[in-house]
Design a binder for this molecule. Structure first.
Ligand code: CTP
Ligand code: MG
Length: 234
C-alpha cells in the first residue's frame, strides 16, 4: 500500500517580500510563517511524514523548538537554486535514506501558504488517491484578465473561461514527480504540475478556496494574519 508524505520546499529567500529574513520565518500569529503549514500537514491522519526542505546555509530554522512535531517532521537541508531543484533534491535525498517508496504519494506544499485548511487537504487526498496522475488544489480565475504591451497598455482582454490559479498542495506519486522534475530542470517550472504536464499528463484540478493564497508581498502578511486570527477565534 502506498503512503502519503508531505514535502514543504522552504529554501527560498523571499525576494519579493523585501525582508532580510526569508519570508517563511516572518512572524505570523506569533509563530514563524512555516509553522502553520507544518501544523496542518502533521495533524492530517493520512500523512505519514512531513519533509521540510531547507537551504543548506539556513541557520534560522534551528532557533525554534519543533519538538511537538517530532513524530512526523523530517528536515532535509538540501534546497537548491530554484523551487524545482529544492523539491527534486529532497525527493532524491528521501529515497536515498529509504524514507519513501516509488509509489508513495508526495504532497508538495509551499511554506508560504500558511492558511491551508484540513478540509481542503482532506478533499485533495480523497479526490486524488485513486487517480492515475494526481493533481492540485486550484481556484477558478475570478477577475477579468488583460494582456498588455510593454507600456502597460491593454492589447486585449483574455477569456477567463477554464482558467485556474494553481495552488498547493500538489499531489503526485514519487516516481512520476521525480521523473517530471528531472526532465524539466532546463525549462522554467514554477510548480510541480507544470513539470508533470510537460511529460504529456493532465493533472486534475481540485477546487480549493482563495484563503490558501501564497504570501508573496508585504501586504499579504496582514491578510494571512487576519485569516488565521479569525479561525482561532471561531
Ligand atoms: N523555494 C525553495 N527553493 C528555492 C526557491 C523557493 O524551496 N530555491 C520555496 C520557497 O521557500 C516557498 C516556495 O518554494 O516556500 C514557493 O516559492 P516562492 O513563493 O517564490 O518563495 P521565494 O522564492 O522565497 O520568494 P521570491 O520568489 O519572492 O524570492
Ligand atoms: Mg520564488
Amino acid at each position: 500500500m502506498s503512503n502519503f508524505f508531505a514535502l514543504i520546499p522552504a529554501a527560498g529567500s523571499g525576494a519579493r517580500m523585501g525582508n532580510a529574513l526569508p519570508k517563511q520565518y516572518l512572524s505570523l500569529n506569533n509563530r514563524p510563517m512555516i509553522y502553520h503549514a507544518i501544523n496542518t500537514l502533521c495533524q492530517n491522519q493520512f500523512i505519514a511524514g512531513v519533509f521540510v526542505v531547507l537551504a543548506p546555509s539556513d541557520s534560522e530554522w534551528f532557533k525554534y523548538d519543533w519538538s511537538e512535531f517530532s513524530e512526523k517532521l523530517i528536515v532535509l537541508s538540501c534546497g537548491g537554486l530554484t523551487r524545482a531543484d529544492s523539491v527534486l533534491n529532497s525527493l532524491t535525498a528521501a529515497k536515498q535514506k529509504k524514507l519513501v517508496d516509488t509509489d508513495d504519494w508526495i504532497l508538495v506544499h509551499d511554506a508560504a501558504r500558511p492558511c491551508l485548511t484540513s478540509i481542503q487537504l482532506d478533499k485533495l487526498i480523497n479526490e486524488l488517491s485513486a487517480d492515475d496522475v494526481g493533481g492540485l488544489l486550484a481556484v477558478p480565475v475570478a477577475d477579468t484578465l488583460k494582456r498588455s504591451n510593454i507600456e502597460n497598455r491593454v492589447t486585449h482582454t483574455e477569456s477567463r473561461e477554464n482558467l485556474w490559479q494553481a495552488q498547493t498542495p500538489q499531489m503526485f506519486r514519487y516516481d512520476l514527480l521525480t521523473q517530471a522534475l528531472r526532465s524539466a530542470t532546463s525549462i522554467n517550472v514554477t510548480d510541480d504540475a507544470s513539470a508533470v504536464e510537460a511529460l504529456g499528463f493532465h493533472p486534475k484540478l481540485v477546487p480549493g478556496d482563495a484563503y490558501n493564497f501564497k504570501v508573496t508581498y508585504p501586504q499579504d502578511l496582514a491578510l494571512a494574519e487576519l485569516i488565521l486570527q479569525k479561525r482561532n477565534n471561531s
